[in-house]
Design a binder for this molecule. Structure first.
Ligand SMILES: [Zn+2]
Length: 143
């Protein structure tokens, strides 16, 4: 017979505050407010990064330029998230998708405006900026 381990249940509400340094990527955040989605292109090695970066992950160069994305693409894979990270714990289950963009890169974002049962790999989507009362974000919407 195995003894039940002793445990103490404690219930507390956690508030998480993120302070993200965005001074070198502020154009991205300003772009979202204007309905534009930007990536960065490394001027040394040519790699396109999304989300944008201040320093190239391929070669380490800080010479990056802003590239406005058209954002059209096709879903490569997706999932519906039921067990959410703490920061999204109050959200209903949501869909996260990876899409191959026309610009030649893959992007990861929430997919909204469609029911899970209707989502299929290969379906056309567009990466769009979203402005909320307290934040900006980007997500895929069906085309
Ligand atoms: Zn580079």
């Amino acid at each position: 017979m195995v003894d039940k381990p002793l445990s103490l249940k404690s219930s507390r509400t956690l508030q998480i505050t993120y302070n993200l340094p965005i001074s070198r990527t502020s154009k991205f955040w300003e772009g979202l407010k204007e309905g534009k989605v930007y990536a960065t292109t490394c001027q040394k090695c040519g790699v396109l990064h999304f989300p944008p970066v201040a320093d190239c992950g391929e070669c380490g160069s800080s010479e990056v330029e802003w590239t406005k994305l058209d954002g059209e693409g096709e879903i490569v894979t997706f999932t519906q998230v039921f067990v959410k990270p703490a920061s999204f714990s109050k959200e209903p289950p949501y869909i996260v998708a990876v899409a191959q963009l026309k610009e030649g890169i893959k992007a990861l974002a929430w997919l909204t405006g469609i029911k899970r049962e209707k989502v299929k790999a290969g379906m056309k989507v567009k990466l769009v900026a979203k402005v909320f009362s307290d934040k900006v974000a980007y997500e895929f919407v069906p085309l």
